[in-house]
Design a protein. Structure first.
Length: 87
C-alpha cells in the first residue's frame, strides 16, 4: 500500500464515461483515495479546493476535452506541479 505519513495518496480521475470512472475507482480504491469527476469543468472546481497527488485525465470529453482541461490546470498555481496521466 502506498501511504505517506498515515494517509493514502490521492488520485483525481476525470472522464465523461461513468463506466471508466467506476473501473478506475474499483481498481485503485484499496491503495489510494480516488475522487472522480465527469468533466473538465468539475475537475477545475475540485482543484480550487484540493490538491491530488496525481490526475488521470481523459483526452476525449464532450464539453471540454482533456487537452484544454490540462492547459487550464497548468495555468493554476496549485496545478502546475501535479503529475497528469492522459488516458
Amino acid at each position: 500500500m502506498m501511504q505517506t505519513k498515515g494517509r493514502k495518496k490521492c488520485i483525481l480521475a476525470v472522464d465523461d464515461a461513468a463506466i471508466v470512472l467506476t473501473r478506475i475507482a474499483d481498481t485503485l480504491h484499496n491503495d489510494f483515495d480516488v475522487f472522480t469527476v465527469n468533466s473538465g469543468v468539475r475537475a477545475l472546481r475540485y482543484l480550487e479546493l484540493e490538491k491530488p497527488d496525481l490526475i488521470l485525465l481523459d483526452i476525449h470529453m464532450m464539453q471540454q476535452d482533456g487537452i484544454e482541461t490540462l492547459r487550464k490546470i497548468r495555468s493554476m498555481e496549485e496545478g502546475k506541479n501535479i503529475p497528469v496521466i492522459m488516458l
